[in-house]
Ligand binder design. Structure first.
Ligand code: CA
Length: 338
């Protein structure tokens, strides 16, 4: 018996984490070398048990009946799954590319095993943008995956750098939304965050992704790729809350170099926001007010955050049934082509 009753809408959770044991083993190898260029990765994961035997690693690797049972207990109909951060972005280009493809194969198989319960995003290694673009094509066209996961910076580099734009070109061509998921701030940013133990969800993750998203906007990515869709979690990582000030202080220079556009224009045209990790009515209502009810989606952040009370809290949002159905179900169906 589910402990959260059906609500009339499907609950589609859109930022749910998984990772194959092969990647955790390779992470461990990288962590043991204590790389100077991955201070955030080391700070977050230095105690990783790659054997998959601890409760937490086992929940991340599981794509079988245990995950389904957890979803049933929380009333979650569908998980949209993404390779957990930092994914393959801490590896060299060849290792990252190969492990991304392998993890996509595994995820696609799980989606075939549970076609009504799992949807997968394509993992890519931005270290090799050309092969990443080809993997997007394979993920969407061949494997039936529905989006792209990028775990923010790659060795300190951001997608605002034009060398990565083949990734955007492919994502736009296949109408695959790119989910920019947090990781600890990049090497050039993390110093004082780590020093104060603020490199996690309290501040560092959000600053990292807000920086990344705004850098993409300012780089003109959405002028070059007007139909590109980007998704960010955690209520939009502070951007909706800061939007007025962002517009006032830093307009976007258009490609013609003769005019400006407001960042909010791109935010409302190209960006979608989920409430991953933030089951808090004031944030959801504010994001809906700023971005519109069609651009805010439900997410849980399983297994990092698994609290059935949070599902009840979101079911109880003081909004109409129609808007709640958009939040939980139909916005995700439209964005991910379910
Ligand atoms: Ca997450």
């Amino acid at each position: 018996m589910p402990t959260v009753a059906p609500a009339g809408y499907k609950r589609i959770a859109t930022e749910e984490a998984w990772g194959p044991i092969e990647i955790f083993r390779e992470w461990k190898r990288v962590l043991d070398s204590n790389p100077a260029d991955e201070p955030g990765f080391v700070a977050l994961w230095r105690n990783l048990d790659p054997a998959g035997t601890t409760g937490f690693t086992a929940r991340l690797t599981d794509l079988g009946p245990n995950r389904i049972a957890a979803m049933d207990a929380a009333g979650i109909d569908i998980q949209v799954l993404c390779l957990t951060a930092p994914g393959v972005q801490v590896f060299d280009a060849d290792t990252g590319t190969a492990l991304a493809a392998d993890s996509n194969d595994q995820l696609a198989e799980a989606c075939r095993n549970y076609p009504d319960r799992y949807v997968g995003m394509t993992a890519v290694a931005p270290q090799d943008p050309r092969r990443a673009a080809r993997e997007i094509e394979r993920g969407i066209q061949t494997l039936g995956l529905k989006g792209v996961i990028i775990n923010s910076h790659t060795k300190g580099e951001y997608l605002s750098d034009e060398k990565f734009w083949e990734i955007f070109e492919a994502a736009e061509a296949f109408d695959a939304p790119i989910y920019i998921h947090p990781r600890a701030p990049s090497p050039g940013m993390i110093g004082p965050f780590a020093e104060h133990d603020m490199h996690r969800g309290d501040l560092g993750f959000g600053v990292e992704v807000a920086f990344h998203t705004q850098a993409i906007i300012y780089a003109g990515v959405f002028d070059r790729f007007p139909d590109l869709k980007v998704v960010i979690g955690h209520g939009g990582e502070g951007i909706p809350y800061n939007l007025y000030r962002i517009d006032r202080t830093h307009p976007v220079r258009r490609p013609d170099d003769r005019s400006n556009e407001l960042p909010s224009y791109y935010l409302r045209r190209n960006i979608f926001v989920t409430n991953s990790g933030v089951a808090w009515a004031p944030m959801v209502l504010f994001a809906q007010q700023v971005l519109g009810v069609d651009r805010v989606l439900y997410a849980m952040d399983y297994p990092y955050q698994y609290d059935i009370e949070e599902v009840h809290a979101m079911d109880a949002l003081p909004i109409s049934y129609e808007d709640k159905k958009k939040f939980f179900q139909t916005n995700a169906e439209r964005l991910f082509h379910l």
